[in-house]
Design a protein around this ligand. Structure first.
Ligand SMILES: NC(=O)C1=CN([C@@H]2O[C@H](COP(=O)(O)OP(=O)(O)OC[C@H]3O[C@@H](n4cnc5c(N)ncnc54)[C@H](O)[C@@H]3O)[C@@H](O)[C@H]2O)C=CC1
Ligand SMILES: O=C(O)C(=O)COP(=O)(O)O
Length: 631
């Protein structure tokens, strides 16, 4: 038979986010000149006691003396504490209501403020063990009940001995040394160091388990909880120096986040990816089959950029890993750089600037032109190409574009029906195609030959698109007036590696280190956008905007449990899912299905009550790739 499980929970910095006596002191000394000094003293004494370097009785006496508080202050403290209940306790209110017989609050704090806070969560008054204040006739706190074991050193141990909870297993959850003492005395089966509010190394070191949230305690003990999976178990690995806002967003969500400045090569990443649930990368990190093979927990990849050609999207799909990117956030930055480069190259500025740095004064109009009235040819009229079209036109350029799919011409832009037509026509060619494998090496000798003599090439798209030897050849023979190149077939992995290319030292060539999207605005926009998408997928299963998953925009989950089933797209899976549910008499509240060629994604919202058997049966449906439950 399953033994009863008692949860012994500490109050200060565990059930609530704060130390109540510190707060009381803050309230009682409001407006007084020595407030900060007294507060510091109280906090210091609290810390000493928590770390176990000052006996509790002494600490308590010293603090109560410093308080100079009364009943009116206590009332204020209670209202303050109501707002400071720890988030994970707040969201598990239902657990306390349902398991009130097995939850005990054992605190060295005071019932006077603990009782109103915890009883509001369904915890029974008779299960609250704490000190009590003594007041004088005017309601001033003058001391505390010294006979209470909790006012003494090792008070929690003494109390637990008196309580005798031998009929069950005892789990102590707290942030301080006095909580650990219960376990040390052999009166608890496990001590969970609760670190949601404060992490004390001296305490976590001794713990059986570190619990960054109350969900974690419930999860490891298979107890009912408000969320299906503790967020602190979700590990995020962010590479390539993504903007700190992304770190912040994941951390605020309660995930464990690790940052890494550069990209990682295949072997490094294959090692590092183990245990990671969410991976954040930019354009450099290659996500290969080999990396994915080692990804035992991976559910999501966030490309903190536009391009996703660096990711084996199909392999991700087959593994049930959803990929999201930031399709718009850096587009303006790329466009602005393209505009700047068109002007600079038309004026022959790269050479002029280099000469000036060498002390050469070359005032001349030879080879320098205005952009007004010149023809700009945009290859790839997507989010970037079409914005460039508008900006270039507003500078007086005559815009032509070519795209493999039908695109609406903006402003007065002229659509070309072939690449050749565009290349034959324009003075400046700007590449804005994506990095799909079919675009590899599409720009070579043939395309250069089709360009007008003295034309300019700009490539801010992908390094794989242009054949570098052909570009070098056409710069050397004077066919091209100049080039602006931001992306290269081989790019250094980090800022320490040397950039090696035949293009170095070529005249009238702007070389930039893949910085088309590297503005503070763009990076911030990306970091504000991508984490939201990833977190939404974790919390609701929403795949809207995913680049490799069937796109489903789902309603919020309300009072139901959501089953997310990713499977190979073979016929009959949804029937099998519904067969399992029918067998177990489970009522479907809502169901959504979307497939692409390779995979199917079925979301089923069901009534909350079901047995573990259902989950087992659903997981064992043939062709299942991934399955998870959300609530
Ligand atoms: N240098 C940098 O820092 C940055 C580079 N990029 C690159 O720019 C690319 C384009 O970005 P967006 O405009 O946002 O993408 P997008 O997907 O909106 O547009 C790409 C367009 O190119 C077209 N296209 C694809 N292959 C083509 C071909 N062979 N010939 C003609 N048209 C073709 C597509 O139909 C689409 O309309 C990204 O995929 C990325 O590789 C994006 C951001 C920053
Ligand atoms: O957004 C893109 O596709 C880019 O090429 C920009 O890449 P980055 O984030 O600068 O590595």
């Amino acid at each position: 038979m399953n033994k009863r499980k008692y949860l012994v929970i500490d109050f200060d910095s565990t059930f609530t986010r704060v130390e109540a006596l510190d707060e009381l002191c803050d309230i009682a000394h409001e407006g007084k000149s020595d407030k900060q000094e007294i507060l510091q003293k109280v906090k210091h004494i609290t810390d000493l006691a928590m770390e176990g370097s000052l006996s509790f009785r002494e600490a308590l006496e010293q603090r109560v003396d410093l308080l100079v508080a009364n009943k009116a202050h206590l009332a204020q403290l209670i209202s303050r504490l109501k707002e400071k209940v720890s988030e994970s306790f707040k969201r598990n209110r239902e657990f306390f209501e349902k398991h009130s017989d097995d939850v005990l609050i054992i605190s060295n704090g005071f019932k006077d403020f603990i009782t109103p806070i915890v009883t509001a969560y369904g915890i029974k008054e008779e299960n609250i063990y704490a000190n009590t204040f003594i007041f004088d006739e005017e309601g001033n706190i003058t001391g505390f009940d010294h006979t209470n074991p909790l006012s003494q050193a090792k008070g929690k141990v003494k109390l637990m001995q008196e309580l005798d909870l031998a009929d069950g297993q005892v789990f102590v959850i707290g942030d301080g040394h006095t909580d650990y003492e219960i376990r040390e005395a052999g009166l608890a089966h496990k001590f969970y160091a609760f670190t949601e509010n404060i992490e004390r190394q001296s305490v976590t070191q001794k713990a059986d388990h570190v619990a960054p949230s109350f969900d974690e305690v419930l999860y490891v003990n298979k107890l009912p909880r408000s969320i299906s999976y503790p967020k602190n178990r979700i590990k995020v690995l962010l590479l390539e120096n993504v903007h700190p806002n992304a770190f912040k967003a994941f951390e605020e969500e309660g995930y464990q986040v690790e940052l890494y400045k550069g990209a990682m090569d295949e072997a490094e990443l294959a090692e590092k990816i183990k245990g990671v649930s969410i991976l954040g990368i930019r354009s450099k990190t290659q996500i290969t089959k080999k990396v994915l093979e080692k990804a035992n927990r991976l559910m999501l990849i966030g490309a903190f950029c536009i391009g996703t050609n660096q990711i084996d999207l199909e392999a991700c799909m087959e593994k049930g890993v959803a990929v999201f990117n930031a399709p718009y956030s850096n587009t303006r930055s790329v466009v602005e750089l393209a505009v700047g480069e068109v002007i600079m190259l038309m004026r022959n500025l790269p050479d002029k600037i280099t000469a000036m740095h060498q002390g050469k004064w070359n005032k001349s109009a030879t080879n320098s032109f205005e952009v007004r009235g010149k023809k700009l040819g945009i290859i790839g009229y997507g989010n970037i190409g079409s914005q460039l079209s508008v900006l270039a036109e507003s500078m007086g350029m005559d815009v032509y574009y070519y795209d493999i799919v039908e695109k609406l011409a903006l402003g007065n832009a002229t659509k070309c029906t072939s690449l050749k037509e565009l290349l034959n026509t324009v003075d400046v060619v700007s590449l804005h195609v994506d990095g799909r494998s079919e675009n590899k090496n599409i720009f070579g000798e043939k395309e250069f030959a089709q360009m007008k003599d003295g034309a300019i090439l700009i490539n801010l798209a992908r390094g794989s698109v242009v054949q570098i030897p052909a570009l070098v050849h056409n710069l050397k023979n004077g066919k091209l007036k100049g080039a602006g190149i931001d992306v290269f077939p081989e790019e250094p992995k980090n800022n320490q590696e040397e950039f090696i290319s035949e293009l170095r030292t070529m005249p009238n060539v702007i070389l930039t280190p893949h910085i088309g999207g590297s503005t503070l605005e763009a990076q911030e926009n990306i970091a504000d956008f991508v984490p939201g998408k990833l977190i939404e997928y974790v919390n609701t299963g929403n795949t809207f905007n995913s680049v490799n998953f069937p796109n489903l925009q789902l309603p919020q989950l309300e009072n139901a449990h959501r089953l997310l089933h990713i499977h190979k797209n073979v016929s009959g899976i949804i029937a099998k899912i519904n067969g399992v549910l029918a067998q177990h008499n489970i009522n479907i509240v809502g169901q959504y299905l979307k497939t692409n060629e390779q995979i199917g994604y079925v979301i089923t919202d069901i009534d909350k009550t079901y047995s573990e058997e259902v989950i087992k049966d659903l997981k064992s449906i043939e062709h299942t790739i991934k399955f998870r439950i959300l609530y």
